[in-house]
Every structure is written in C-alpha cells, then in structure tokens.
Design a protein around this ligand. Sequence first.
Ligand code: 1CP
Length: 353
Amino acid sequence: MTPLLNDTFLRALLRQPVDYTPVWMMRQAGRYLPEYRATRAKAGSFMELCKNPELACEVTLQPLERFPLDAAILFSDILTVPDAMGLGLYFAEGEGPHFERPVRTAADVAKIAVPDPEDELKYVMDAVSTIRTALAGRVPLIGFSGSPWTLATYMVEGSGTKNFSHIKGMMFDRPDLLHTLLDKTAQSVTSYLNAQVARGAQAVMIFDTWGGVLAPANYREFSLAYMQQVIEGLTREADGRKVPMILFTKNGGQWLGDMANTGCDALGVDWTTDLADARRMVDDRVALQGNLDPCSLYASPEYIRDAVAKVLASYGHGTGHVFNLGHGITPDVNPDHAAAFVAAVHELSRAYH
Ligand code: 1CP
C-alpha cells in the first residue's frame, strides 16, 4: 500500500496529537464548482456520473486540486443503497431524487432485499478503488452511507419531504413494519460500508440527515438503535490501521451524549450547537467534526476568517477536532470563499495544538 502522506484527519478523529486542525467540507465535490458541472454534463446526468468510476474519481479530486483539503470523500449518493434494494431511483431535472416504487405496505417491505455490494453496487466499489489509487496517499479517503432511518424516510416517502407524513405515519401506525424495514436497511448499510473499507476507504461516515425531525424517544428507537447496529457490525481496522467512524445526526445536538456511546470515534455537529457545549456533552470520549454555518460562506473572506476563529476558540485547545461546515456547502457559494475558509482553518488552528 502507498504510504499516507497526510494523516492529520485520521489522527484528529482518533484524538491523537496533530500540528493543525484538519479540514474538509461536506459536499465538497458538487455544484458550486464549475468543473463539477462540466464533468456532470459530460457524464449526461448525476446518476451516470455516479455510475462511471473514472468520472466519479475525477469529481472527487476536483476540490483537492483547488484547496489543500485534508480528506477526500467518495463521490456518490446515499440513495444508491435503496436503489440497489429494488426501489428504482431517478432524478427529475431540476427536482430532487425520486423512487419509482416507494415502500408503503407489508408486501412492499417483504419484497425488499439486502443487496450484495459487490454486485448491485459494484460501480460504487469500483469508484472507491479508482479514487484510492488516484489519491496515491495524498489524503485519506472517506466512505459513507445514509443512516437506516434517513434512507427509510426516502424509501417510504418516495422522494424528499417537508412533513414526513408517510414515514411518520408508518412509525406510529405500523412500528413493526418500520422495524423490519430498518433492520433490512441496517444490514444493507453494514455490508455496504464494509465493502467500501475492503476497497480502500480509510474512514467512514454515516449521514443521519433526518434523525433530527424525531422526538427524543423515537430518535432512540428508530434512528440511533439502527446506527448502533451498523457500528457493531463494522470492520474497524484495515492495512493495520484503525478505520475511524463518524456519526452525524443533523439537528441532533441534544443527543450527542447518547451518540457518543454507540462506539463511534467522532460525531458530526451542525451549527445549532456550540462546540464548547458539544465537547462538554461528550466529555472527550469522541472527536467532533464541524461546525460553521455553510451560509457563512456567502459573507466576505474577512468575515469567514473571523467566523472560523470563533469556531476554533469554541472547541478550544487540543486534538479531537476536524473542521467542517455544519452541513453541505450550498450550490451558489463562490469557490474563492471556500478557499478563504480552508486557508483560515489551517492558519489559525496552529495556535491550538
Ligand atoms: O445536480 C446534481 O449534480 C446532484 C446534486 C447531488 C450531489 C452533488 C446529489 C443529489 N447528491 C450529490 C453528492 C453527494 N450526496 C455526496 C458526495 C460527496 C461530497 O460530499 O462531496 C454525499 C456525501 C451525498 C449525501 C447525501 N445525499 C445526503 C446526506 C448528506 C446531506 O447533505 O444531508 C442526502 C440527504 C442526499 C440525498 C440527495 N441527493 C441529491 C440531493 C439533491 C439530495 C437531497 C434531497 C432532499 O432535499 O431531500
């Protein structure tokens, strides 16, 4: 294996000493980059881009060519898993994702299969191998999946949603059905993440984008429990090195203490929780990743630098912090502002280590 030239990100996740705070951005390969839009046009569509390992590799590396980021993230989407479970994913132009066959009834749940990642999701695995080779040890590669709950919201709703009526309807009316669906989804996520690690992912992250819409007891029963099931089944070491695991529930600030007990190595934190409070809640048991409001990047580079300084001060001294936005970078951000953000983290964080 090629040696890893910059392992700052992995070290911070494992709370080992670092010289500066490592940084990457959720959705760092995406629509705010003109070169991304050009590659997507060349591929034909977003899904064709995901299914072409060479082009998926090209867009994964694009943000690293522009900015000195400390990690790369596999270019794919969380919804490839329900697609492989038989739901028929498609993107209508100018709209979000949709499924041809949403899961609504007992018969629909019974039909759901746990996919073999090296078969139905082989295109993702080939992208992981291609990217890992192309990175040549520059920075670590992050693999990812949606959480079982977040995937189930799309599977039951059939698309994005504002009210969560179908998924919450199932949760309150037929919890048994939803538990069966979540169990199958958790099994799928576990083997999908393990296959990514086998192909070269050096850290993994679970995106629980919609856990934060749940009441606390429902969060524990329908989201957290299944993320815990996934974590218990994960490969935790590869090439003689620990594979750190990051858990991110958007809007989950009040549950960080519970989340830290799942066996994960790090927690993603959005901007609605102060990192100083988050650090107290997890009591230095796990590392923290976050948490600048992505809309801060609409402001001037001077403002961005100041905002970065405040987040660094809020975390305070010592390792265990990976700098990130609190959620994905938005499509209309000026890439020069992303550059100012990354530069400010690298420059200002040295004083904290
Ligand atoms: O038009 C386009 O080019 C498609 C836009 C796009 C992109 C760039 C989608 C559709 N997905 C992605 C890539 C993507 N999605 C990545 C790539 C790696 C990177 O970070 O650079 C990742 C990690 C995701 C994860 C993802 N997809 C999440 C979880 C994280 C989050 O942002 O909360 C979710 C919820 C999705 C679903 C999805 N895929 C795409 C869209 C527009 C959506 C959101 C749908 C909705 O509004 O509910």
